[in-house]
Each structure stands twice: as structure tokens, then as C-alpha cells.
Ligand binder design. Sequence first.
Ligand code: BTN
Length: 268
Amino acid sequence: MSGLDASRLEGASQSRRHVGRRVIVLAETESTNDVAHDAAKNPDEIGLAVFAERQSAGRGRMGRSWSAPPGSSLLFSILIEPPPALADAPFLIAWSASSLASVLRDQFSLAARVKWPNDILIDGRKVCGIMVERRIGTVIGIGLNVNVPADAFPDELHLPATSLLIETGRTVDRSELAAALLDRLDADYAQALEQGRGATLARWGEVAEDWRGQPVSAKTLHGDEVGILLYLDPDRGALLATDGGATLAIPPQELLRIEPTTRRVVGK
Ligand code: BTN
């Protein structure tokens, strides 16, 4: 498996304005998120992208770990400092997930879809996970399964997993893909800075799973809910029609997971 080519990743960095203005590639680290957080002490590092071929303590959301065979995938973190109007986690995940999914759709003709809040799925299988962490700056951590064969995934995963190798049947040039992802993240972020949230949210709507009108189960900060989904988006969160004809609004920050269910909802 060929290694990530730092010079190819850095090549276009000067044309990037916000994301990937500087790129570093590490052979190994505990977590690229921690490297990016450390860099945030220096304001000049805003825009840094940190890649690692191997993480010894990669982490995911909800206290989970994140692992990938060394040299197989794209494990990276980007350090940004969004203005208050773009700084909420639902928006940042909508921006990054829709940019990443768009590249997978455009470059590989894959039906990549965003599953609330932070997963990119292909035919129900997770190919990419995203997390937002805030310390001094804001760090977006991204794990994209690239050249991972099916037998390399652990048995116990919270969602079935897939990779670009499995979906396309060919080995993907990770350096080229990484550069394309940074370019797209940068361009879409620039658009949000210039024009506000609207275009990003519209793009998210085009690539997100759409379960409106279907029974869904929602895991929230306050417990589990079931209802017919009336809407779901990163600005408003979800609105469910629940038993007895009532509606329940779940703010985006409180909505941890949502998916179709076979449980019957009465009263609608
Ligand atoms: C999730 O789906 O739970 C999010 C997974 C995020 C994993 C990436 S890999 C690069 C970066 N460094 C980490 O420790 N985690 C993120």
C-alpha cells in the first residue's frame, strides 16, 4: 500500500484560504485531533490539516474508539476558527459531511448519503465518521475508510461498515483523494463565510437521508422518542408527530441519533 504523499497534499495548500492552508502527514500519532488541538495554541495554525497513517488512540463520538489498518484510510483533523454564526456543531457537521459526501458522489459515482448527525453511509454501511471537538480552536476529526478490505473490519461495530475499496472494487489513490477533499471543504467553507448558512444547508438537504413521512425512533439527550418525521435539518432539528396527534420538536443539539423504525405510531 503506498503511503500518503505529503508533497502532493501540500501542493495545493497555497490556493486554499481556510481549510488545509498547511498540511502535515504523520506516520503515527495517538489522535490527529490532539495534534490539531495542540497546534491551536498558535493562531497562525488556523487552517491546519493533520493526517496520520496510524492512530494508536483514535476516538469517535459517544466515547467510542476509531481504528483503521495502518496506511489504509484517511484519518485527519482540521483546525478552524468559525465565526459565531457558523460555530454550532450541527452546522459544522452539515458543512463537512455534505462536502465529503459530494466528493465521494462526484469522483466515484457512489450513492453516499449523510445520516444524522455525523455519518456518511453507502447503502446503509458507514464509510466515514466525523466529530467536532472544541478546546482553544475548533477541530473537525474525519475518519474515511478507503482501502480497507471487508475482512479487516472488527466484528463489533455500531453500524455495518464499508470502504471505497469495497464499493468501487479498486484501490484508491489516497493522496489525490485527500487533496480533493481539502479543496472541497475549503471552497464550501469559503462560500459559507461569504454567503451564510443557506447554501450549505441546501447542499446538506440534497445528500442527507430523507425519512420525512416515515416512522422514526430518535435518541435524544432526554430519552428515546418515536413518531412520524415531519422535518429534520441542522437548523431546526427534528419535528415528530407523536401518539395522539401531538408534535414534538427536538432541537438539533439534543438529537443524538434518528433512524427509521418499524414501531407503529398511532394518532396521526
Ligand atoms: C465517529 O463516527 O464517531 C467519528 C469518528 C472520527 C474519527 C476520526 S479519525 C481522525 C480523527 N482523530 C480521531 O481520534 N478521531 C477522528
